[in-house]
Design a protein around this ligand. Structure first.
Ligand SMILES: [Zn+2]
Length: 318
């Protein structure tokens, strides 16, 4: 399977890449990005000149367009086949892919690979996320700490005072059992912060499963049911009350972060979490379907993210 995917001509040939992108973005034929016309009788394919491959004319507005108009790829110097190959590689990697790995696989500079990685993560961002959970659904909520010197210690061996200490970032996740996940980088675990997180991301009709962190106490009462397991008393499972799904995701994430990326700065953590959730939420999709979702997600996001300079900081807001 992987072998076949790697031999996909769209990963080497720009013409094939363009056709693949067209079939993903326009399953029912080209759509004019200027006026929205999708009447195929009013759209004509240009006579393929090398400098404007894939050009279409729209008779409704007399405009011209290609499949990349309005996408991050429009003015990119990166070839379309490399874009598609990168979407496939990043989408298919179970543990995530560093810019260094991607640069080697694609034969592009580190800077280009870095740019691709972040654009692809941005494409993984859900545009209008709906709350997870609901009637009859169970949602686990949990937090973990990432970064800092305590990272390799088992939770029980950490000193309480060190948790959340300098250099550590807090990640919160919500996982619907057999469903979707929503994760974010949070500043603290106060009741106010956790309430904001839960308000936006999970239906109150759900059953909520947490540990005994104080921040969940009040907001938990607003759910159909709220069960807590007391890790401090070595209680991890009590009937259907547990947070093992969330904890399992955290341990995989830490292995991926430390194994693949070695470390992730606070500034990039939320983008990494987008990728982490995307992979989880598409875990039943094939690699090809995941790459197609990325290709679709990349449209219309051209202006939302712009690297400011070589130090890899950005003004992105998710
Ligand atoms: Zn038009």
């Amino acid at each position: 399977m992987a072998q076949a995917a790697i031999q996909n001509p769209a990963f080497f040939d720009d013409g094939a890449a363009r056709e693949a992108l067209e079939s993903v973005r326009w399953p029912d034929g080209p759509v004019c990005p200027h006026c929205g016309n999708l009447d195929q009788e009013k759209i004509a394919k240009g006579q393929g000149t090398a400098h404007r491959a894939g050009l279409y004319y729209c008779a409704a507005c007399n405009g011209q367009f290609t499949v990349t108009v309005g996408t991050v790829m429009e003015r990119s110097k990166i070839s379309l086949s490399k874009w598609l190959f990168a979407m496939h590689l990043v989408g298919a990697s179970k543990k995530g892919m560093s810019a260094l790995q991607l640069s080697r696989m694609l034969g592009v500079t580190y800077k280009t690979a870095w740019f691709l990685c972040h654009r692809i993560r941005e494409a993984m961002t859900e545009v209008n996320p709906t709350p997870i959970g609901g009637e009859g659904k169970i949602v686990e909520a949990d937090t973990t700490y990432i970064g800092g010197r305590e990272k390799n210690k088992h939770v029980g061996k950490r000193k309480a005072g060190n948790i959340g200490g300098a250099g550590k970032q807090i990640v919160h996740t919500l996982v619907e059992r057999d469903g979707r996940a929503r994760s974010e980088h949070i500043a603290n675990i106060s009741g106010a912060t956790l309430r904001t997180v839960l308000d936006e991301r999970v239906s109150r009709k759900s059953t909520l499963m947490t540990d005994t962190a104080g921040g969940y106490l009040h907001v938990g009462k607003e759910f159909t049911r709220h069960e807590m397991v007391d890790h401090g008393k070595d209680e991890y499972v009590r009937g259907d009350a547990y947070t093992n799904t969330a904890e399992g995701r955290f341990s995989l994430m830490k292995r991926a972060v430390y194994g693949t990326h070695h470390s992730i700065s606070a500034a990039h953590l939320s983008r990494y979490l987008v990728e982490w959730d995307f992979k989880y939420n598409t875990r039943k999709n094939s690699d090809g379907e995941r790459a197609a979702l990325i290709a679709k997600g990349i449209e219309g996001k051209r202006l939302t993210y712009r690297p400011t300079n070589g130090n890899h900081r950005s003004t992105a807001v998710h």
